[in-house]
Design a protein around this ligand. Structure first.
Ligand SMILES: [Ca+2]
Length: 143
């Protein structure tokens, strides 16, 4: 019966790719694989996020692609709540930036098919949080 499940999984995967249906992830962290694009947002978005959060999302697109991130909205308590972006290196994750306040970069392109988002909030005060679009893009040339 295993082949049957595999068939269902592959069919589901193909349907997602062909319809371009944008899925959204809003739990505190998770593993996102087999998606060419989608959205990640802070828990309770567009409402305010909670205090003392420590959420990690790992996003993996196709092996020959790099992940690009584009903010839809971004608003964290400046200097106290942070979103870190990391790309997968050979044997660890390498920081691409730490973002706070409303200062997420316009577009972030990682030359890696696996990236990690880490969202940490302190013990008091919160803002509306973030919603970020991710997409796998073919890496044609490394400059
Ligand atoms: Ca806070």
């Amino acid at each position: 019966m295993l082949w049957c499940w595999k068939l269902i999984l592959v069919t589901t995967w193909m349907l997602h790719r062909h319809t371009g249906h944008a899925q959204e992830w809003g739990d505190c962290g998770g593993n996102i694989t087999g998606q060419s694009s989608g959205f990640v947002h802070s828990p309770n978005y567009p409402g305010r996020y909670s205090n003392n959060l420590d959420c990690t999302w790992t996003i993996e697109v196709n092996e020959w692609e790099g992940v690009s991130l584009t903010p839809v909205s971004f608003n964290l308590e400046e200097n106290f709540d942070w979103l870190g972006v990391y790309k997968k290196g050979v044997d660890n994750f390498i920081s691409l930036g730490l973002f706070t306040g409303t200062n997420f970069t316009e577009k972030l392109v990682a030359w890696s098919h696996t990236i990690r988002l880490v969202f940490r909030t302190d013990y008091s005060y919160s803002e509306d949080g973030f919603k970020i679009h991710f997409e796998g893009n073919k890496i044609t040339e490394k400059i």
